[in-house]
Structure formats: C-alpha cells, structure tokens
Design a binder for this molecule. Sequence first.
Ligand code: COA
Length: 174
Amino acid sequence: MSIEIEILSGDASWPRAKPLFDAVWPPDVVAALPWAGIAFAHAELWVLIETPQGIGCHVGLYRREAKWNERRVRVGGIGGVLTRADCRRRGFASVALNAAIQTLKDEGAMDFALLFCEPKNAAFYDDRGWTPFLGEVYAEQAGERVRFDAIAPHVFDLRRAPRQGVIDLCGLPW
Ligand SMILES: CC(C)(COP(=O)(O)OP(=O)(O)OC[C@H]1O[C@@H](n2cnc3c(N)ncnc32)[C@H](O)[C@@H]1OP(=O)(O)O)[C@@H](O)C(=O)NCCC(=O)NCCS
C-alpha cells in the first residue's frame, strides 16, 4: 500500500487532524492521563498520513528557542504522536517521526529534538533512537515558570546530546 505524507503548517490543519485526536484521545480518556489539565502549545507543523478513511497518523512539530543549563538552544519539539487504532503496526508512526526529524535536520541549526511521553511508550521511542533526558525540565503554565514533570522527556540528538541538567522550554510545553 502506498501512503501519502503531508507536512502542513498552521492551525488551518486542525480540522483535518481533529477526528484522529477525538478517536484516540476522547475527553474521558484524556481525563485519566497524567497530562490532563496541562496547557500545551499549538503545533507549528503537522505531519499527516492520509488513508482512504481519513488521517491515519499525526505528528506535531514545534520550534522553540529554549535554554539548556542557561545556554540558548534551538529545540525541535515533537508531540501528538497518534495512529488510528485500525492503522497501527504498519510503520505509520515510525515514518511520520522520521519525516519530522528530517524536517528538523533540513532546517539546520537545530540543537536537538525533544518529546514527552508516558513510561509505557518509552520503549517505543528508545527503539527509534530517542534517549531519556535525566535532568529537570521547566515550562510555562498559567504565566509562571514551573517544573514540568508530568511526562518524561526524551531527546533525539542533533548538534547536541543533552542528558542531564536543566532544560527551560521558555514557553508552554508540547
Ligand atoms: C504509540 C503509537 C503512536 C504507535 O503507532 P504505530 O503507527 O502503530 O507505530 P509503528 O507502526 O511505527 O510501530 C509499531 C511498533 O511499535 C511497537 N510499539 C507500539 N507501542 C509500543 C510501546 N508502547 N512500547 C514498545 N513498543 C511499542 C509495536 O509493537 C510495533 O512493533 P513491531 O513493528 O515489532 O510490530 C500508537 O500505538 C498510538 O497512537 N497510541 C496511542 C497514543 C499514544 O500513546 N501516543 C504516544 C504519545 S507520546
């Protein structure tokens, strides 16, 4: 089966991705997740995999001027990694993640990619070249800088390979 990947920008893509979010993360499911109630940034770019039944997989991309140990770093954020239940185990999320990483590499000057996930998904990302970040992460919530530890950070090395210390997202998490 051939699949079509699109990389789109802006909130205009939201109506196309929304049915997938509603199917995988309906409000009652989200309410039980560790990140329920957290305010997240909106993705700047969207990797979408189209199937005849609609969007089968989504990965959101964020670009952020952040800090690592007080040093300015350019971080490529990845979030909202979702595959529709009937499309799983066909490599969709892997292909979409690769497209997201390639997009960050093509932009150049990106220090590392960063995503946050529940412990149950850590092995999925480990198998795809991501490494746990063992330090502390801070982010903005309700206009304040707060410790962000509801979901665990994982790094994909680009120009830098942070493992420890303090990452300040300098804005909302993703
Ligand atoms: C996690 C998820 C995105 C994977 O999507 P997918 O399109 O099925 O992924 P791929 O087809 O690229 O990879 C599937 C492989 O990953 C493995 N895998 C899936 N979830 C895993 C997990 N939690 N831990 C370890 N391996 C996992 C599968 O067993 C499969 O292995 P195989 O190829 O040996 O059969 C999908 O299960 C999903 O949408 N889950 C619900 C939402 C979610 O939790 N998203 C992650 C947010 S951080």
